[in-house]
Design a protein around this ligand. Structure first.
Ligand code: COA
Length: 203
């Protein structure tokens, strides 16, 4: 399903049928490997690992899987799933947010050559737009503690830092396995102004 088209011809799709999911699988895998091999994560994902992640995300109940494409090229991806579908993160959030009513923005990436064209922001905004407000009240995500550009973007979209961190162990592009620190950010879904995503001011 096509959600919107940006200046420059990038199309934002929501993947909702098995045919769509299969069609875009190779493009997602390539984009995922490239995005996370760069700053700030420097992670090495083999194709079968990226494929496993894609399969898991696209089969999570109520997943919101968005791709930014131009022609046959995947330029970016943004995936959200219920927090309960991501056990390791839900464990960290216990007692801080209502687990059953929290959505997790699991993945976001735009290929380096297409950054700075509002694709990332649109992938966040469109995911928030599709979260069912009758089921979910909170949205959480995690960012690298090195990752200034994305934290600025999320702050501008009403997310605030929770003061909660998690270490993630990964294989890096230099062949080492080590951990990096991720910071959780959250916001209430009801803060979302669907037209502009500007936080509503409280009286
Ligand atoms: C974070 C990311 C998805 C942003 O994608 P993008 O398409 O460039 O984002 P946008 O063009 O919508 O820009 C959104 C904001 O990001 C920031 N930003 C984008 N490019 C930037 C750059 N080159 N330098 C500094 N800030 C930048 C700005 O705050 C920008 O807001 P503005 O439009 O008001 O200036 C992209 O940089 C990326 O894939 N990074 C690597 C993976 C990653 O960090 N993912 C996030 C995990 S939570």
């Amino acid at each position: 399903m096509i959600l919107t088209e940006l200046d420059g011809g990038t199309v934002i799709h929501r993947l909702s049928t098995p045919e769509d999911i299969e069609r875009w699988r190779p493009g997602f895998i390539g984009a995922y490997q490239t995005v996370f091999a760069g700053f700030p994560y420097f992670e090495r994902f083999y194709p079968d690992e990226a494929q496993g992640i894609y399969k898991k995300l696209t089969s999570a109940p109520n997943n919101i899987t968005l791709l930014a494409t131009r022609g046959d090229q995947v330029q970016g991806f943004g995936v959200g799933i219920p927090l309960t579908s991501k056990r390791s993160v839900a464990n960290q959030m216990t007692g801080l947010v209502p687990l059953q009513h929290t959505f997790y923005l699991a993945e976001l990436g735009v290929l380096p050559e297409y950054r700075g064209q509002q694709i990332g922001r649109t992938l966040v905004r469109e995911r928030l737009r599709f979260i069912d407000p009758d089921c979910y009240s909170h949205v959480v995500l995690r960012i690298s503690t090195n990752n200034t550009p994305s934290s600025e973007m999320y702050r501008a979209m009403g997310f605030t830092e929770m003061g909660v961190y998690m270490n993630v162990n990964s294989l890096r592009t230099d062949g080492q396995v080590n951990s990096d620190r991720r910071l959780f950010m959250s916001r209430m879904l009801s803060q979302v102004d669907l037209d502009g995503l500007i936080p509503k001011s409280t009286p």
